[in-house]
Write a protein that binds this ligand. Structure first.
Ligand code: C2E
Ligand code: CA
Ligand code: CA
Ligand code: CA
Length: 275
């Protein structure tokens, strides 16, 4: 038993070492990609459920590495967060997204309602210069603050005073806040009660089940009623079928996003969509 314990220990250690080396290599690659501008953004359309019109997009970071191929954000964002690289990366995302949004608003003046959604991590939100950086991104791009929505997850929306203050400062700039992945965290309702949120994005895991589970449908319906009574906008995420879209619209959801409508697109494809 002693021997096998030892063996397991060695195995565990070598597995751990491989993982650490792998993460360090990935981090180096990501740092280089950021410096050499190998990152780009894709934009997933957000549509109005009543008529399918594209009313905005969500910016999603992409890393195409010459040797690794496409590295999904689910792999590189956590590494960026742990290492602090999310700060320069997040600034780049915000700058680029604001510039593209400004161009798309000018493409079609009728689209003054056009909104750009940008994901911001907890780490970024705690950076003391975040509000100033945000203000600069808007000014440099000449973007109307009302066109920008900052997406925060429940983990980012902690009730520590610095975070609460930043959330208020963001809204004072005229930028809106969306609560992302709504319903997947532990404290969704507590956050709604205490934080000024403008938009609720109900998570795909709910959308997936609304046609098969009465209970999920009931919860999704209650969420939209709650949002309406608090004067919040609603977006349903991960809509993959016409049946889901119809259900959501009947329930009262006003906006949706998902492969049923469009996958994330390169900027040129968004240009074509808006022309
Ligand atoms: P998220 O913010 O919840 O973004 C939505 C994710 O769902 C995107 O994955 C999108 O491609 C995917 N998606 C949209 N519609 C559908 C659908 O109908 N079916 C399915 N199966 N998936 C759908 P993506 O681009 O891989 O991003 C994953 C996560 O990485 C994002 O989740 C977000 O948390 C994070 N992320 C991406 N870009 C950024 C960024 O610039 N900054 C930060 N902080 N996080 C980012
Ligand atoms: Ca998001
Ligand atoms: Ca989400
Ligand atoms: Ca998600």
């Amino acid at each position: 038993a002693k021997d096998s314990g030892k063996g397991q220990y060695a195995y565990y250690r070598s597995g751990m070492k491989t993982r650490v080396v792998e993460q360090a290599t990935l981090l180096n690659g990501l740092r280089q990609a950021l410096n050499e501008r190998q990152l780009h953004l894709e934009y997933q359309p957000i549509v109005r459920l009543s008529d399918g019109a594209v009313i905005g997009v969500e910016a999603l970071a992409r890393w195409r590495d010459p040797t690794r191929g496409v590295v999904p954000p689910a792999r590189f964002i956590p590494i960026a967060e742990r290492s602090g690289l999310i700060l320069p990366l997040g600034r780049w995302v915000l700058d680029q997204a604001c510039r593209d949004a400004s161009r798309w608003q000018r493409l079609d003046p009728v689209r003054e309602q056009f909104t750009m959604h940008v994901n911001v991590s907890a780490h970024q939100l705690r950076e003391p210069t975040f509000t100033a950086d945000l203000h600069k991104a808007l000014t440099d791009a000449g973007l109307n603050p009302a066109a920008l929505v900052i997406e925060l997850t429940e983990t980012a929306m902690t009730d520590d005073p610095a975070t609460v203050e930043t959330v208020h400062a963001i809204r004072e700039l005229g930028v809106r806040i969306a609560l992302d992945d709504f319903g997947t965290g532990q404290s969704s309702l507590a956050i709604l009660a205490s934080c000024p949120v403008d938009v609720i994005k109900i998570d795909k895991s709910f959308v997936d089940q609304i046609t098969g589970s009465d209970r999920h449908a009931a919860v999704a319906r209650t969420v939209v009623q709650l949002a309406n009574s608090l004067g919040m906008e609603t977006v349903a995420e991960g809509v993959e079928s016409a049946v889901q879209a119809r259900h959501l619209h009947t329930m009262g959801y006003r906006q949706a996003q998902g492969f049923h409508f469009a996958r994330p697109l390169v900027p040129d494809a968004v240009d074509l969509l808006l022309e």
